[in-house]
Design a protein around this ligand. Structure first.
Ligand code: 5AD
Ligand code: SF4
Length: 548
């Protein structure tokens, strides 16, 4: 047997894109660790290099493609390395990627990740046999959902092996020095909303809701292992809905089930009389009550429609559920919202915002906007500006429209807003949002907040360094998946000599606490009461009121 199969193989795994991808990577990592793989930080040394990719915007894809070139160089130099592209790009490009990037050995879509370890093992075996080995067929090197990704909108996802990947999660004990104090738990996979610009319904497939018992159990085990904060994940998390009894396995256990599309939420067609249903509000209440040792419960991303008073009531009455809602508006123009197939009007978005503040006066709302959607006029764009000024958004992530193959928009509309106009609109909206963010943050000056301490930062005149975890990883826990805005803000912050603890309030406001120089790593993961002394558009500064 060749050496490659006898020593512990090393893996380099890089993740692009959203929180869902981060969770997928964590689960893949767990599965490969169990099989004896070892993870390293150096792509140039690893036996297996995996890129977990994102297709939401073209820019994210470019980054991943540039990495593929690096591995091609290693292969040209005669090194044995398995290169795998996993995630949404693999699913979107399909096997054509083998033709365009011959250095790619395997492809695995986000809905097939349970099959990844097998693909890797096969490829390594084949490589170890050397030149004479029969070349594995493209089919043997790819696990893609293809048409199956939208297999059925009504049936239970009974053959859904992907659930096994979530269920196989490792629950290693977390100590204060670990960077795993915050964890993601998936409640829904895929999406049924079909916004016209978005690749997700194609790459991640139909919306599948996990059984509530599995979710609660996963949260409990994470909290038992020392996790302080759990973020529930779903593309449209508030549309979570599990109808009991309709998806049951042979052993009587409940299985994941495919959820309804957007139209199902119109009228009251979801009230299935006599059938026990767990709604998103029910799920939140269950996790809050049944996992009392979990300090913080959060969720992303919300769909601005159907964010009912039932959810807000649970949030109001459950002290450990964070009053933070990320609910992308995408545009302030009704005409554009319709072309985007968002299913709500600006008026309805504003009603949602009013309802949030009626129940949760201290809530923070964050969002996303797309500028330069096809046919967007100056007037449409001004409507987006007006919405940003009308709603006290804590922050907004602003994206320039990027036509994506496989979406409705790319076939139906010409990408007719010039790049320069997109850039100008992007900058203008960012400037407006900065003003709004400043006001929203300044409202907290003089108030007490609870800060979950996450990072020690030692300042000097030299560039910032992080203790207790690499800066980008720690920081990624507090920024939008597709944007590193807050990281940029930290790095740009004026250097001050001294030590600071960085954390977040329940409303996801990044908070800085000055502390004397010392080893603060044991404070990380704790929640500290602090009084806000100063604010800027992206940060609160606070002094501690409790021992750190
Ligand atoms: N072009 C630009 N932005 C997009 N988003 C999704 N698809 C596109 C696209 N084709 C943005 C939306 C979404 C966020 C995750 O990415 O604002 O909420
Ligand atoms: Fe994409 Fe729309 Fe689904 Fe969000 S709700 S993932 S933007 S299709």
């Amino acid at each position: 047997m060749s050496e490659i199969l006898t020593t512990a193989p090393t893996v380099f795994l890089e993740t692009f894109g959203c929180q869902m991808n981060e969770l997928d990577s964590e689960l893949v990592r767990g599965a490969l660790l169990t099989l004896g793989y070892r993870f390293i930080d150096d792509w140039a040394q690893a036996d297996v290099v995996l890129y977990n990719t994102c297709s939401v915007r073209e820019q994210a894809e470019h980054k991943a493609y540039s990495r593929l070139g690096l591995i091609a160089q290693r292969k040209r130099a005669g090194e044995k390395v398995v290169l795998g592209v996993i995630g949404c790009m693999a699913e979107r490009d399909g096997k054509d990627m083998f033709r365009r990037y011959p250095q790619v050995d395997l492809l695995c879509g986000p809905g097939e990740l349970d099959r990844l370890p097998n693909l890797i093992e096969n490829m390594r075996k084949s490589q170890s046999l050397g030149e004479d080995a029969p070349r594995l067929s493209k089919d043997a090197r790819a696990a893609l959902a293809g048409n199956k990704s939208r297999r059925s909108t009504t049936l239970a996802a009974a053959d859904d092996n992907l659930e096994l990947l979530d269920l196989s999660r490792a629950f290693e004990p977390v100590d204060a020095r670990s960077d795993r104090r915050s964890a993601y738990v998936r409640i829904t996979r895929g999406c049924n909303k079909f916004c016209t610009y978005c690749v997700v319904p194609n790459t991640r497939g139909a919306e599948v809701h996990r059984p509530p018992d599995s979710i609660v159990e996963e949260c409990r085990r994470l909290a038992d292992s020392g996790v302080v904060e759990i973020t529930l994940l779903g593309q449209t998390v508030n549309h979570y809905r599990y109808v009991h009894g309709s998806a049951v396995g042979r052993d009587g256990a409940e299985l994941p089930q495919v959820g309804p599309g957007l139209n199902a939420f119109r009228g009251n067609s979801l009230t299935t009389a006599g059938v026990r249903t767990t709604t998103f509000a029910d799920l939140l209440a269950r996790i809050h009550d049944e996992v009392p040792h979990l300090a913080r419960l959060r969720f992303v991303t919300s769909y601005p429609r159907d964010f009912g008073a039932d959810v807000l009531e649970v949030m109001r009455d459950a002290p450990r559920i964070c009053s933070y809602i990320h609910a992308p508006a995408q545009s302030g123009s009704d005409r554009i919202l319709k072309l985007m197939n968002r299913g709500y009007t600006v008026g309805e978005y504003l009603e949602f915002v009013d309802r949030v503040f009626e129940f949760l006066p201290d809530a923070t709302i964050a969002g996303d906007f797309i500028v330069g959607f096809p046919t967007e006029t100056d007037e449409d764009f001004e409507a987006s500006c007006a919405l940003v000024q009308r709603v006290p958004f804590k922050n907004n992530y602003i994206f320039k429209y990027s036509p994506r193959p496989g979406t409705v928009a790319i076939d139906r509309f010409t990408d007719d807003v010039p790049t320069e106009t997109k850039k100008l609109r992007n900058n203008r909206l960012l400037d407006l949002q900065t003003d709004v963010s400043r006001v929203v943050h300044e409202r907290w000056v003089g108030r007490e907040v609870e800060v979950l301490l996450e990072q020690v930062r030692v300042h000097s005149r030299a560039p910032a360094t992080a203790v207790g975890g690499p800066l980008s990883r720690e920081a990624s826990a507090v920024v939008h998946p597709e944007s590193k805005n807050v990281v940029v803000a930290w790095q740009r912050a004026k250097p001050i000599d001294g030590t600071q603890l960085l954390g977040r309030t329940p409303g996801d406001m990044v908070t800085v606490i000055d502390v004397p120089a010392g080893d603060w790593a044991d404070s990380l993961g704790r929640i500290c009461r602090a009084k806000v002394t100063k604010a800027s558009p992206m940060l609160l500064h606070a002094t501690p009121l409790t021992a750190l």
